[in-house]
Design a protein. Structure first.
Length: 458
């Protein structure tokens, strides 16, 4: 009997597709991943269902959208020690993580990660979970470097090379704070040591959280922040090259399907936001690369794809039947990869419920965004947005007034999709309407909304 392929799922935090050279970025930020994509199959238009980290990773690892899995908000780490579990929605009972499904079907399951500091379901299903957070005796959970990850990953690959395994790897780089090693500061105007950059941040009154670090105060500073981000991508790309070369040396490249994706991108001041807020393509468009056993070489697919497609695709490649009582939100991409079909979804749907509450529908041509709560709109944009993506790929010209019929049609389709998804799992109301945003009560303009949503959720 032919041995089932190994699967290695690599999720690179905060990596937006537009900043990778294989996605036509002007700078050579990702030469190793570019080469890897050329040796495999790359999806050109892949999107996050729900940024930022917690809902994004949940979608990737369950194959379900937030209406099904219940995780639509990202609760900040500082809330973890301030009673956040009392208000934070938990994953829907019965929904399984991909490693659970793989282990139930005979795979040995491993993770090199630290997401268990955020939500307990990120730990489910692993035979071995290598926690990559405590470095030099200090907790640097948000500052785990690619070297820290490889310190666990490279020895693990050598140890499990003869096993039939599923391996999940989470690189925090290029998530902020952006402090690339000096070798990878080639995009910056002035090279600085990590210590100098950290001291500079403290002097400026900015802590190590991504919200403060990426909030630039001038165009010049914004460009410098972008340069540091590009350096972070080049750094993690170089460390991934170490992994690719070791896998080739161990012969794992011949019997392993490798998937590279991200949880979300980064906005850098576009649409009035820094960080991961918003549902514009700078935030929700992510890379998706397949490489290895049975994957066609040099193929680029322009069909729409989603994070929730990862789980059904892995199950398809490994011959595992999905028998759980809840519906998967995604579809297998294997037929597209293998050239068996060109059919795909006509639209993707996205939602955010952390800094603000918005929903979006995106087709190849149009993007419609709708604020679910006007009071929560932190970017100052109108409650409804419509963009012609073919003629305005950076979503700069809101056409909602010029094209009201298009906007209304997309809004109806989005509302109908939400209703249909709720019916599939027996929900009476859209989870977005009853889930508190992932911020503290005092950050609500109207604190009574926080009280109402917290009570409604419970």
């Amino acid at each position: 009997m032919k041995k089932k392929p190994n699967v290695m799922l690599v999720v690179i935090d905060t990596l937006r597709a537009q900043s990778m050279s294989c996605y036509r970025y002007s700078l050579k930020t990702s030469p190793a991943m570019d080469k890897y994509a050329q040796e495999g199959t790359r999806f050109n238009w892949t999107f996050s269902e729900s940024p930022p980290t917690q809902p994004g990773f949940t979608a990737i690892l369950t194959g379900t959208n937030p209406i099904v899995n219940n995780i639509v908000s990202h609760f900040l780490f500082k809330d973890c020690i301030n009673g956040w579990r009392e208000k934070a929605p938990q994953i829907t009972r019965g929904v399984k993580m991909l490693p659970q499904l793989m282990r139930e079907n005979g795979y040995k399951t491993y993770a090199v990660d630290n997401l268990i500091t955020m939500r307990h379901h990120f730990y489910w299903g692993y035979d071995e979970y290598l926690y990559s957070s405590v470095v030099k005796g200090k907790d640097r959970s948000i500052r785990v470097t690619a070297d820290d990850i490889n310190g666990n990953l490279l020895p693990l690959l050598k140890r499990i090379k003869n096993e039939n395994f599923f391996l999940f790897v989470h690189y925090w780089d290029p998530h902020g704070p952006y402090v690339p090693p000096e070798k990878f500061q080639k995009f910056m105007t002035t090279k600085k040591t990590e210590e100098e950059m950290l001291k500079e941040m403290v002097f400026q009154g900015k802590d190590l959280s991504w919200e403060d670090f990426v909030r630039s105060e001038s165009e010049k500073e914004n460009l410098e922040v972008r340069a540091k981000y590009d350096g972070e991508i080049a750094y993690v790309d170089d460390r991934l090259d170490q992994v690719f070369k070791l896998m080739q040396k161990l012969g794992l490249d011949k019997n392993t399907v490798v998937i590279i994706i991200s949880d979300h991108g980064e906005s850098f001041g576009i649409h009035n936001t820094m960080g991961h807020a918003g549902l514009h393509d700078t935030v929700i468009r992510v890379p998706l690369i397949f490489h290895g056993s049975g994957i066609p070489v040099g193929k680029v697919i322009n069909a729409l794809a989603r994070q929730v497609d990862v789980v059904p695709t892995v199950l398809d490649f490994t011959g595992i039947d999905f028998k759980e009582p809840y519906p998967l939100s995604g579809m297998s991409l294997k037929p597209l990869i293998m050239g068996e079909t060109s059919e795909t979804v006509e639209a993707i749907y996205a939602a955010e419920c952390t800094q603000q509450k918005t929903r979006a529908i995106r087709t190849k041509k149009w993007k419609f965004i709708k604020a679910m709560e006007d009071e929560s709109r932190v970017d100052g944009l109108p409650s409804k947005e419509l963009y012609d993506l073919e003629n305005d790929p950076w979503e700069e010209k809101n056409l909602v007034k010029q094209k009201p019929d298009v906007a209304q049609d997309l809004e109806k389709k989005m509302d109908a999709w939400v209703k249909e998804e709720c019916q599939k799992v027996g929900r009476e109301r859209d989870i977005m309407l009853i889930t508190p945003r992932g911020v503290n009560k005092e950050q609500y303009k109207d604190p009574s909304q926080y009280d109402f949503q917290t009570k409604a959720f419970k």
